[in-house]
Design a protein around this ligand. Structure first.
Ligand SMILES: C[S@@+](CC[C@H](N)C(=O)[O-])C[C@H]1O[C@@H](n2cnc3c(N)ncnc32)[C@H](O)[C@@H]1O
Length: 314
């Protein structure tokens, strides 16, 4: 089977609106965007290198939006509907860029598995390796733990520097069997890492349904039975206290988490943060200080900061 791809050369201002329109009104099988800004920021996000934009093939002026349809779909009708939508969005004063619409076809089989080629084994540390479900891996040390993962739709393949910073923090903190809450678990990767490192019990929370599904599936893939999941925002509705709180979420959200931590952290416990852009660190430091916490260790990868945090009096 083949898929019809509709590609629109457009602007980021209308990307979300086109996505909703394609999925909800036109029953697209999937959507995707390729944004110039992603490439511009890729250097800082990963290791602060400057990306040579001229070296990148097929770089959009602003945004390429792609919608995928069954090959039998009426391509002329779809192009007409997208053109009308672009006109409507332009009427609201939004920038639609060139607005050029083109079509092509690809094999469905390629599309389904194409993304898998970007995920490979991450030989993370002496104790942990992240192994995509479809890859074989033989650990160099027989006690190296494998985190088997099918990332699915949720965030957390292990490739992101923020996940890796949090995982380093977990490895350092887990000096004996401990209880852990992973706030914003995504694919469940940090909850699984905690369990594999020897946590007694782990609670994995997130606000997204995809995360709950992915975490349950990935826990099962790793034969783990000590990971519970709870769909909730931060810690307000979570019961109990933990030895370790780990959270890899953007700084704005961590600021809401900080006042909730004291009530959920056991005596002598540790908090691990990641996902903080270095420019946001002063705000986080201030909030931690105001809530009775101190930073014991600061880790950095490119723009991203990870922190190991304890109570001031511990
Ligand atoms: C950057 S991802 C981290 C995923 C994974 N823990 C990792 O380290 O790779 C952040 C996750 O936090 C979740 N999230 C965002 N806001 C949240 C909130 N208020 N409460 C709980 N989870 C939240 C998102 O759905 C997402 O899965």
């Amino acid at each position: 089977m083949k898929l019809l791809i509709i590609k629109i050369d457009t602007s980021h201002e209308v990307e979300d609106a086109l996505g909703v329109f394609a999925l909800d009104n036109l029953n697209a099988l999937g959507i995707e965007s390729r944004k110039r800004s992603d490439f511009e920021q890729a250097g800082w996000l990963h290791d602060s290198t400057v990306v040579e934009m001229d070296d990148i093939k097929d770089l959009p002026k602003d945004t390429y939006f792609y919608a995928y349809f069954d090959e039998e779909a009426d391509k002329d009708e779809l192009v007409k509907k997208f053109a009308e939508k672009l006109k409507e969005l332009q009427g609201y004063g939004l920038n639609i860029g060139d607005g050029k619409i083109s079509i092509s076809y690809i094999k469905d089989q390629d599309w389904n598995t194409a993304w898998q080629k970007y995920y490979h084994v991450i030989d993370f540390s002496r104790h942990l390796a992240i192994v995509p479900k479809w890859e074989d891996y033989k650990p160099a040390f027989k006690d190296q733990q494998l985190i088997k993962l099918d990332p699915g739709l949720a965030f957390g393949t292990g490739n992101h520097k923020t996940t890796q910073l949090a995982m380093m923090g977990l490895e350092r903190a887990m000096v004996k069997p401990m209880s852990v809450v992973d706030v914003g678990t995504g694919s469940g990767i940090l909850a699984i890492a905690a369990s594999k490192l020897g946590a007694t019990d782990v609670l994995a929370t997130d606000i997204s349904d995809e995360s709950m599904t992915a975490t349950k599936q990935n826990s099962a893939l790793n034969d783990l039975t000590n990971i519970r999941v709870q769909k909730t925002s931060l810690l307000a509705d979570v019961k109990g206290k933990f030895d370790i709180i780990v959270a890899n979420i953007l700084a704005e959200i961590l600021l809401d988490l900080i006042p909730q931590m004291d009530a959920h952290l056991n005596e002598g416990g540790e908090v691990i943060f990641s996902g903080i852009d270095y420019l946001q660190l002063p705000k986080i430091k201030k909030a931690l200080n105001e809530n009775g916490f101190k930073i014991d260790l600061t880790m950095r990868q490119g723009r991203w900061i990870g922190l190991a945090i304890t109570r001031k009096d511990s």
